[in-house]
Design a protein. Structure first.
Length: 348
């Protein structure tokens, strides 16, 4: 029950929102142009999202634990969801569905994307100063083999996350796009993301700046215990996942984790995953000799777009050069937040 203990410890005053409680959140008109809706313990975040009736709303969530699934549909463009304080531990949105969890209506299981605690398809989304978590645990459900349990599933162009904690085990953060041929952009800054297997994955153009990735200890007797990244970038997309000026730490033993493996989905076999990790400190938890591995033999990582540049730390030491392809100086100038995000500059 490690996850549930961790979540409860971060809540000021031990406030807890009752499951299924959906009173209408209070509406407050801000002095500026953006209308604001407040969510307090006993309210429902989803009810506040449902009540948004136009673009540009802000939902302020006050300290507490909100045990519910939250879905932001495409028509809630320009929505801002933020914690009321600057400490993301004060506001926790959490639930515990997994890929293999049966749906209450008997129509099957949730699937990977459907397991997400937080889902957004809205363009122009901003999330900041809170925690999104999935506290489903394998040990509690030995009968379930679909163990992916997503904290956040994000599609929609121009989605921005700042000072957000994303907590789960397998498939913590699903950075996806609205369609196979869409190159939706996502930006994460000063975020903390933890998990074990493929816990940052998907086909979006996703930039992680000054973020902290943490691999969890996992009670298995094999290695690798997991991978940090599993991009599934479309072949036509020049930009996949970029991690810059970040750090990677581990709660497991040295060398127990891989940095990445390519995900080529069965529904998009032409994908050519892209990952660049640059100017990042990589701790000893990552296998420095062979930091990449395959998900399937027919799609070897060497055929994908995996590159590094100016990384540091014991997990970044280059001992077998062919196992750690590096950007040239000229290539590095083309792999920046500006080139990935184009005319959208959430970092400005």
């Amino acid at each position: 029950m490690r996850r549930r203990t961790l979540l409860a410890a971060g809540i000021a005053g031990g406030l807890t929102a009752a499951l299924g409680s959906t009173p209408t959140p209070a509406l407050a008109l801000a002095s500026g142009a953006r209308p604001v809706r407040h969510v307090r313990p006993g309210d429902s975040v989803q009810a506040a999202v449902d009540a948004v009736d136009g673009p540009g709303w802000t939902i302020v969530v006050h300290p507490g634990t909100y045990r519910e699934v939250v879905k932001v549909p495409e028509d809630k463009a320009g929505l801002t969801l933020r914690g009321a304080t600057r400490d993301p531990r004060d506001v926790v949105i959490v639930y515990d569905n997994a890929n293999g969890t049966p749906k209450p209506d008997g129509s099957g299981t949730y699937g990977t994307a459907g397991s997400a605690t937080f889902t957004s398809a809205a363009p122009g989304l901003t999330v900041r100063d809170l925690t999104l978590a999935n506290d489903w645990l394998r040990a509690d459900h030995p009968d379930i083999t679909g163990t992916q349990a997503v904290a956040a599933y994000v599609t929609g162009d121009r989605s921005s996350f700042g000072n957000v904690r994303l907590l789960a085990h397998q498939d913590t953060l699903f950075v996806d796009t609205t369609a196979l041929d869409a190159f939706d952009r996502q930006y994460f800054r000063h975020c903390y993301i933890e998990g074990d297997v493929d816990f940052v994955f998907g086909r979006a153009t996703a930039v992680f700046e000054d973020c902290h990735f943490h691999t969890l200890q996992r009670a298995v007797d094999f290695t690798p215990k997991g991978m940090v990244f599993a991009p599934s970038t479309a072949r036509a997309n020049p930009h996949g996942i970029l991690a810059v000026r970040s750090r990677i730490t581990s709660g497991a033993e040295d060398g127990a984790y891989k940095l990445a493996r390519p995900w080529v989905p069965s529904y998009e076999t032409t994908a050519r995953p892209s990952l660049v990790v640059r100017d990042t400190r990589i701790g000893p938890g990552i296998d420095a000799v062979a930091p990449y591995t395959d998900m399937r033999e027919q799609y070897p990582w060497q055929a994908m777009r995996f590159r590094e540049y100016r990384n540091s730390g014991p997990g970044a030491v280059i001992t077998v050069p062919e196992n750690r392809p590096q950007l040239t100086y000229t290539e590095a100038r083309l792999n920046t937040r500006r080139t990935y995000l184009g005319d959208w500059r959430p970092y400005a």
